[in-house]
Design a protein around this ligand. Sequence first.
Ligand code: SF4
Length: 475
Amino acid sequence: MAKMTKEEVRQTKDWMKTEEYKELNFKRKSIVINPERACQPLGAVLCSAGFEGTMPFVHGSHGCVAYYRNNLSRHFREPIAAVSTSLTEDGAVFGGQANGFEGFKNCLNLYKPKMFAISTTCMTEVIGDDLGAIVNNARAKGFLPEDVPAPYANTPSFVGSHIDGYDNMLAAIIDTLGVKGESVSDVINIIPGFDTTTGNINEIKRLLTIMKVPYLVIADYSNTLDSPLNGEYKLYNEGATTLEDTKNCVNNKATIALQKFSTKKTIALLADKFKQEAKAVKSPVGIKFTDEFLMAVSEITGKEIPKEIEDERGRAVDSMTDAQQYIHGKKFAIFGDPDILTGLTSYLLEMGGIPKYVLCSNGNEEFKNDVEALLKEYGCDEGEVYIDKDLWHLHSLVMTGPVDMLIGPSHGKFVAREAGVPHIRLGYPIFDRVNIHRYPFYAYSGVINLTTWIVNKFIEIVDDTSDDAHFELLR
Ligand code: SF4
């Protein structure tokens, strides 16, 4: 094939910014380019990191596990523990049971976990390994002691995404450990969902403490994946949900999940099997959804919203009012996971912004309906919602119908660069900025953070691009 000249490369790049190319791009069926999603077992590994002394045990190829560890490590900038059964060609042909046995034995000897949280990769799903049989046989043959729980979840990567893997693993852990008792406690369970912003989890805990609500965060990795640097490495960091608390969580008063798309199976399990009051609220991003979350807590527990939190709300509204003129009428392209996008859409609409493109690679029709209902509620007829589309689709969208800002994970930086617009990092993964995951975008503090990040970025651009005559002190 003849090499393209520089001029031909330039012409082709220009053509890829046209309506004609966009039409062809949106007809694409057989290839996905830069989707904003990861595979199921990555979510299972994240979920497992939220439990005391738990080793994520992935049945499949070690290359896959290297990817989850590497990916999560880059986001949290923390070491991530996970082991694999390291299946190779032999396992693919004869089944992976022998590797499973050896894996349990080695891992127990070396890492002494209190629990294995077992998930699968594409390979073991394709060959059809039976996890239940492997666990039972391992127990019968003495490779897996009875007192080490081993919940397992099938996490096939060719369906769903990391949010389903999180949900499948969490449901398996609660199903395996949960023991229904006679009495019901006053504690409410909080399930964060696939949320890699540890600041969000800490913020919710802070609010519940102010409300004097007894709570249990299930799958709490806010400490394990944000541990203090004190010169001592711990394979299993402190602060995760204990196995004892997980056993009893089904006897707590109620469960509130902070994401609905990454907790569907778990919520159904708690409601149907354990007969618990269990529901998901919209992720508390922006004023309205935070109000709804706090009211849900108040209704379940009978606790009033204290003045301290009312004052926080007032300060958040004040921060929005101070900054509203910088966001009003601005167009945004936002992308990432469905729960975060629903919350972010609500926040932007509260600020008078236009969520021009809401693109969710792992969203479904229910998500689309939720976001479209929000756009309608605020009278925004310019917003467009895309599900099952990737960041190359987003490229075509912003090249043919410009926006003022992108908000989403790091993978969007290439589109932002091409379009010449700013990009606020939010969601998972964030590889190219530090500490973002430590700052909440949930609740009233989150409103102030979001407003600060977005508005100051716009103001910085005005400063950076002003000539001397227009370089003003006041902005
Ligand atoms: S998509 Fe499949 S092959 Fe790729 S990392 Fe995930 S489990 Fe492994």
